[in-house]
Write a protein that binds this ligand. Structure first.
Ligand SMILES: Nc1ncnc2c1ncn2[C@@H]1O[C@H](COP(=O)(O)OP(=O)(O)OP(=O)(O)O)[C@@H](O)[C@H]1O
Ligand SMILES: [Mg+2]
Length: 416
């Protein structure tokens, strides 16, 4: 990628095409390298011109923007698609993102919105490419002793209600119980975060919304003041108490918060939402491991298949994405083997269903790992935590934190 952003404009209406090319021509950092009037022409031109960004109309007569985006991922993987549509429905957005589009703009949009979106996508892609280019070196250095940056684990699922928050909270608590590690838990579900409820933390506490100005200013000293200490030893960065406040938190804030938490903790667990929002993608990009949850339900399995395709397009290695089957023993007519066959991958970890322990703990605001340590579900969580951070050293002191980080890395990279 050079410093000027190379854009290919694709729209079947000549006036729209020219208008967009002109608008972008006014921006000093853009270079409109070509235009195309159809999906097929877009692919041909992209292969020849190697644009950074393809600004793609969704509705075109021969091949629509979604099909063209899918083909582009194979033929010109370095081009990032910004989709344009007059329809703003969630289904269009979802299908575009699954096809590999990086951004979705609803027409009409202002020239400022257009330029800002393209710049944002370009910056993200550039960061991703440079990260991928250095991933081998990073893996080696992260595994080396004495490297202090912690491991970031995003707990994600492409379907809601499958147990992300339950597992994120108990995983963090279990990892802290192993001793010798500083563990942070960030609620990445900014609009409807439940982490505080599961840990019985008052919503009056500080949240990431209060931290946003400091994150913007690049101040890292403030983080400490905004973390809430839970009795388990886990330090929590809460989601904002209301959806209005959540609007103040952007993908950049999420990314910076994770960077700062990673610098001062051995393990950072992030509870994500089930949507492919810009924020979620920023969190998943930052993560070393994406614990992707699924359940024995047909909709969960279907969405998982789609997510695995998206993960590949986002450049996530298959070892970064770990599959966790929650409520694995539910007898609902689908077997684990059926799931593995359907998604073409083995499940990496399983957690059993234990409504009694889980819901009782939830309603009391005490993680089940603390209130019912002997239960099988707690043992499953402990096994998951150990797979991520390595075996515990209960007697380890805070001074052993670095060793803990090194053990975590070793364990993490043993998966690869
Ligand atoms: N292993 C389990 N055994 C029994 N119940 C479980 C288990 N895991 C989660 N649950 C229950 O499933 C419900 C959903 O869990 P949770 O809120 O953690 O899911 P989520 O994916 O975070 O949902 P949301 O989309 O609302 O954020 C809760 O009632 C929880 O207690
Ligand atoms: Mg949740």
């Amino acid at each position: 990628m050079s410093d000027r952003i190379k854009v290919l404009v694709v729209d079947d209406i000549p006036e729209t095409r020219d208008h967009l090319a002109k608008l972008l021509g006014f921006e000093a950092d853009f270079d409109v390298v070509g235009v195309a009037a159809s999906g097929a022409e877009a692919i041909e031109r992209a292969v020849a011109l190697l644009p950074d960004i393809v600004l793609m109309d969704i509705n075109m007569p021969d091949m629509d923007g979604i099909a063209a985006t899918e083909l582009l991922a194979a033929k010109c993987p370095t081009a990032a698609v910004v989709m344009m549509s007059v329809q703003g429905e969630a289904d269009y957005l979802r299908r575009s993102m699954l096809a590999g589009a990086r951004e979705f703009l609803v027409k009409p949009f202002s020239s400022d919105e257009l330029a800002a979106s393209i710049r944002q996508v370009w910056t993200r892609e550039r960061d991703k490419q440079s990260r991928m280019a250095t991933s081998v070196a990073a893996a080696t250095s992260r595994g080396a002793p004495g490297v202090e940056a912690g491991t970031v684990v995003a707990v994600f699922s492409p379907k809601g209600g499958v147990g992300r928050t339950t597992i994120a909270v108990n995983l963090a608590v279990a990892a802290a119980s192993l001793g010798g590690r500083k563990v942070a838990l960030m609620d990445g579900s900014f609009q409807f975060g439940d982490v505080g409820v599961l840990l019985n933390l008052s919503p009056k506490n500080n949240s990431i919304a209060d931290l946003a100005p400091a994150l913007e200013a690049g101040e890292s000293e403030s983080m400490e003041t905004f973390l809430i200490s839970h009795s388990s030893g886990v330090r929590v960065l809460l989601a904002p108490p209301s959806p209005e406040q959540a609007e103040r938190v952007t993908a950049v804030h999420a990314k910076r918060a994770i960077e700062q938490l990673r610098a001062s903790h051995d393990l950072v667990v992030v509870d994500c939402t089930a949507t492919f929002s810009e924020t979620t993608i920023a969190i998943l990009d930052e993560a070393d491991v994406i614990l992707t949850l699924l359940s024995l339900e047909i909709t969960s399995i279907k969405n998982m298949r789609l997510f695995l395709e998206v993960a590949e397009q986002l450049g996530y290695s298959s070892s970064k994405v770990r599959l966790v089957l929650n409520r694995a023993d539910s007898t609902l007519g689908i077997r684990v083997a059926d799931v593995e066959h359907s998604i073409g991958r083995k499940v990496d970890h399983t957690i059993i269903s234990d409504g009694r322990s889980v819901v009782y703990a939830l309603n009391r605001g005490v993680p089940f790992f603390l209130s019912n340590r002997e239960a099988q579900v707690s043992q499953d969580i402990l096994r998951l935590a150990t797979a991520i951070v390595g075996p515990g050293s209960m007697a380890a002191s805070a001074a052993d934190t670095k060793t803990g980080a090194a053990a975590a890395k070793k364990s993490l990279f043993a998966w690869r």
